[in-house]
Design a protein around this ligand. Structure first.
Ligand code: NCD
Ligand code: ZN
Length: 341
């Protein structure tokens, strides 16, 4: 059995930098024509010239014969000015601004602690039509880690959307039923959903042993939330689209006393999503989710090429090279039903 769809795009991706790019760039480009590239490098991608230079480094790592268009983003630091937003809007390579609440996740130290001082920047984004891509978690220590997304909706996102209703917003890597309902209640916004949040719930990570390679942020939630995400992803609603949040870390940084958050899914993301859509009896809706709704939201054309998946049991490699070490793949050593043709 084969499934041919319009070539997909990844609307939330971490490629990292330096020597890692020779793995991460081809791993994504073998499936995806474009990807929204996250700016959480150290130091962050915070200016137009930094984004343009990072884009060049990504393209330099693309093997001959492959095509890939990195869609760049800027990091919302306290210094991100309306002037930089206007400059970004004039380029054709910057497609969003990423909000990391300070301290929420990997390399988020440069993020903002609140939005009150950022209003003119956010208003300028609304004016020029540059979307805000949101890591939707509060960071207060007194809020339980499993509640941080739901509390963010209420405390930060709802007031922001009321204050600037014309701001285009993507709620990234949603993990809860609360977010699904919030997005549905705001028909002008979009949301990305990862493969790992569709495949796993928190028991998979914590029951019978702790599995550091399933640790990501926002953290996996209980199964009713995973079920709500599957229903949203396979619903055919154009508000929900593919964003892998593929976030590689060196194996030693994951298997550690204080392990990093992030799952590496770029090489086999489409096979992972296909498992979910097939199990839901909705393979017919994979193309909309993976290849149509994202471009629609971002005002870009859908891709001309196609991608074919074949139903054939295929072993997921344990790891891929990562600079001078390696990165473990999600489901490494396990068999998936689908593979790239
Ligand atoms: C991401 C990373 O490692 O950059 N980690 C993750 O668990 N998803 C950051 C992020 O998107 O939160
Ligand atoms: Zn991410």
């Amino acid at each position: 059995m084969e499934l041919t769809i319009i070539r997909p795009d990844d609307w939330h991706l971490h490629l990292r930098d330096g020597a890692c790019l020779t793995t991460t760039v081809p791993d994504t480009a073998q499936s995806f024509a474009r990807a929204i590239v996250m700016p959480n490098l150290k130091p962050p991608v915070a200016t137009v010239s930094q984004a343009v230079a990072y884009r060049e480094r990504i393209l330099n790592a693309l093997p001959e014969g492959m095509t890939f268009d990195p869609l760049m983003t800027l990091y919302l630091t306290p210094e991100l000015s309306p002037d930089i937003i206007r400059e970004a809007a004039e380029t054709d390579c910057i497609h969003g601004v990423k909000l990391y609440p300070k301290g929420a996740t990997t390399n988020s130290d440069a993020g903002v602690s609140g939005l009150d001082n950022m209003m003119t920047t956010l208003e300028t984004m609304a004016e020029v039509g540059l979307p805000l891509l949101v890591h939707g978690e509060v960071t207060d220590r007194e809020i339980d880690i499993f509640d941080r997304e739901a509390v963010f909706l209420e405390r930060t996102l709802a007031p922001l959307m009321e204050r600037i209703p014309t701001l285009r917003v993507v709620l990234e890597h949603i993990t809860t039923e609360d977010s699904v309902e919030f997005v549905k209640a705001h028909p002008e916004m979009g949301a990305t959903i990862t493969a790992h949040h569709l495949l796993y719930e928190r028991n998979d990570m914590l029951a019978g042993g702790i599995r550091p390679h399933l640790y990501c942020l926002p953290i996996l939630k209980r199964s009713k939330h995973r079920d709500a995400l599957i229903a949203a992803a396979t619903s055919g609603s154009p508000q929900f689209f593919l964003g892998t949040d593929s976030a590689p870390h060196a194996v030693g940084d994951k298997e550690s006393d204080c392990g990093c958050a992030g799952c590496y899914t770029a090489p086999h993301a489409m096979a992972l999503y296909a498992e979910v859509f097939e199990a839901a009896g909705r393979l017919d809706r994979l193309e909309g989710f993976a290849s149509v709704f994202g471009p629609q939201f971002y005002g870009l054309p859908v891709n001309q090429e196609s991608l074919t998946l074949v139903k054939r049991p295929t072993l997921v490699p344990m790891a891929r090279p990562f600079g001078d070490t390696e990165v473990r793949l999600l489901k490494g050593g396990e068999t998936l039903n689908w593979t790239l043709a």
